[in-house]
Design a protein around this ligand. Structure first.
Ligand SMILES: NC(=O)c1ccc[n+]([C@@H]2O[C@H](COP(=O)([O-])OP(=O)(O)OC[C@H]3O[C@@H](n4cnc5c(N)ncnc54)[C@H](OP(=O)(O)O)[C@@H]3O)[C@@H](O)[C@H]2O)c1
Length: 241
């Protein structure tokens, strides 16, 4: 892995990913909305920016040129299919063979085998209804975006984040194949560690064509179910495959 592109680099997750990628010595390019370019001033010329909306295919085509890896922040904002347009542009325009890593939340299910708490189900239902009614977000857009990724022949990973919190990184989160696995019960990950997992996924073949659900490695549930292997790699063997 030499050069990577971060689609949605100006958000909180995007900026953490830029830091981790630079720390690994990668050349970093990124796409963000023109009005957000100033948020990245502290990176100076350490990153190369392509201002534009992340579903603008012409911008994506330029930004991903020559990149071996693409990290994409999928967000449900707006009601014009922004997430779907973003995912489709990356799937269509990234270099052949590039590793493609996408972010979303636990509410996305690849195979319907996730087991959600009533609280999460209620939150998603209420947020989804209110968001669509007020026209500021469309959760179904993220669902459609990931459906297309899961169906694609690309070398993808869809990282599903738990509830997030700020704070110093604790190391690589642990993961399971399905929400409902006991190690995930704490439902809490530091945003910086979510970003670390995204960057890690670029070079971990075990995550190819997986949709890992992640949780902070220092959470009660992760510690209770940790194995010696997990202590080394951050990954728990999926117990519910
Ligand atoms: N927040 C959580 O608790 C949570 C939990 C689980 C998973 N996740 C996942 O984590 C990822 C990052 O989420 P985050 O909450 O931490 O946010 P974030 O990293 O701050 O990213 C928000 C992104 O949305 C963009 N954005 C904001 N308003 C927009 C609009 N109206 N139209 C188009 N783009 C807009 C931002 O771009 P600008 O910089 O240009 O504003 C930024 O790229 C997402 O994939 C999310 O599904 C989040």
């Amino acid at each position: 892995m030499k050069r990577i592109c971060i689609i949605g680099i100006s958000g909180k997750l995007g900026q953490y990913m830029a830091e981790h990628a630079l720390a690994r010595g990668y050349e970093v390019t990124g796409v963000c909305r023109p009005e957000s370019v100033a948020k990245l001033a502290r990176f100076g010329d350490r990153i190369r920016l392509f201002p534009g909306r992340t579903n603008d295919r012409a911008v994506i085509a330029e930004a991903v040129k020559g990149c071996d890896g693409v990290l994409t922040v999928l967000v449900p904002w707006g009601v014009e299919g922004y997430a779907t347009g973003t995912a489709q542009a990356v799937l269509d325009l990234a270099e052949p063979g590039a590793r493609l890593v996408f972010s979303c939340g636990w509410h996305i299910s690849r195979d319907g085998k996730d087991r959600y708490t009533w609280r999460l189900r209620a939150l998603v239902a209420v947020f989804g209804l209110v968001a669509r009614w007020l026209r500021f977000a469309d959760l179904d857009d993220q669902v459609e975006a990931t459906r297309r990724i899961f169906a694609s022949e690309r070398d993808w990973t869809v990282v599903r984040g738990s509830d997030l919190e700020e704070g110093p990184g604790e190391g690589l989160p642990v993961w399971a194949r399905h929400v409902g696995a006991p190690e995930l019960a704490s439902n809490r990950t530091r945003r910086s560690d979510f970003a670390l997992f995204m960057v890690h996924a670029l070079t971990d073949p075990a995550l190819s064509r997986e949709a890992p659900a992640i949780v902070g490695r220092n959470t009660t549930s992760a510690r209770a179910h940790a194995t010696p292997a997990a202590a080394n790699t951050g990954a728990l063997p999926p117990q519910d495959a």
